[in-house]
Design a protein. Structure first.
Length: 204
């Protein structure tokens, strides 16, 4: 479960919490956004055995939309081809990227075995970001560090990237992976690849 747990966050992509927290329209701080999201994630984990992957997808859709800046993430991951894409292509790629992001969490977070989620604090980051440091603590005491890169959009903080062990960027890994697909198959090829991945995850 440990490796799948980390992989689920790192592919898509937590505070000490014992239940689901309500969605808030404008959490007051960057840490609050992370805490709100992981409260929902933990709630789904605890009920996962009684939920289908489609149920988990539906339960996690709103929390992920509220916590992640998915538009920014796919724009960065698909650059520079994103700049030359027309709006219908951008919209279709965004919709597919969003579906894959939610499907990754829904498919991987399919159980609970006593994990704890702890926020270690937040600090200023580069380019007007805030870095929220968290740990995933397993029942055997093993812990993995995840740092959320938060960027303010309009009046709220949103997750723009996730760093594993405070160094490996999820967005950089995606950009490298997507660059190869874009060079070979363009925007349409990337959309088709991501769509196929989402279909596989949701076929369970």
């Amino acid at each position: 479960m440990h490796h799948r747990f980390v992989a689920a966050i790192f592919l898509a992509i937590v505070v000490n919490s014992t239940g689901v927290q309500p969605l808030r329209a404008e959490p007051a701080s960057a840490s609050a956004v992370v805490g709100n999201f992981h409260g929902h994630l933990l709630g789904v984990m605890k009920e996962a055995k009684s939920l289908s992957v489609d149920d988990r997808f539906q339960r996690l859709s709103a929390p992920i939309d509220a916590a992640f800046d998915l538009w920014r993430m796919i724009r960065v991951a698909a650059s520079p081809q994103w700049k030359s894409a027309v709006q219908p292509e951008r919209q279709k790629l965004f919709d597919t990227f969003r579906r894959l992001s939610i499907a990754t969490y829904a498919a991987q977070f399919d159980g609970y075995s006593g994990q704890q989620f702890k926020t270690m604090g937040e600090r200023p980051g580069p380019q007007k970001t805030v870095l929220v440091a968290t740990k995933i603590i397993e029942t055997d005491g093993d812990a993995v560090g995840l740092t959320y890169v938060m960027k303010k959009t309009a009046s709220r903080w949103l997750i723009a990237d996730v760093l594993l062990d405070d160094s490996i960027s999820q967005l950089a890994v995606r950009r490298s992976e997507y660059r190869h697909i874009l060079k070979k198959s363009g925007i349409e090829g990337l959309e088709a690849t991501l769509s196929a991945k989402a279909d596989t995850l949701l076929a369970d």
